[in-house]
Write a new protein. Structure first.
Length: 91
């Protein structure tokens, strides 16, 4: 039995979908595919308790920089607001 029959935010219909979730811990980010109940109206995502515990464990590992079990995807970059403002002035 699902905890919610309808979206707790808007009352919309929920459907089970595989979604991409980004988790941050410290300076690290992890991307994973998980199952969620997704509202067809507002897009709210509802995760199972087991999935939320999984998120917490991954965040702890990221914070402690224990990433040897994770597959590298590439690099992440921070774009400073100053650069964005210069870019917008050109348009």
């Amino acid at each position: 039995m699902k905890p919610f029959d309808k979206c707790p935010i808007c009352g919309g219909e929920l459907v089970k979908k595989e979604v991409e979730k980004l988790l941050r811990g410290g300076r690290h980010t992890a991307m994973l595919q998980v199952q969620a109940e997704v509202c067809l109206h507002c897009g709210e995502r509802l995760y199972s308790q087991d999935t939320v515990r999984y998120f917490e464990e991954i965040r702890k590992k990221l914070n402690r920089q224990e990433t040897s079990e994770f597959q590298p995807l590439g690099q992440s970059f921070k774009v400073e607001g100053k650069w964005l403002n210069k870019s917008l002035e050109r348009t």
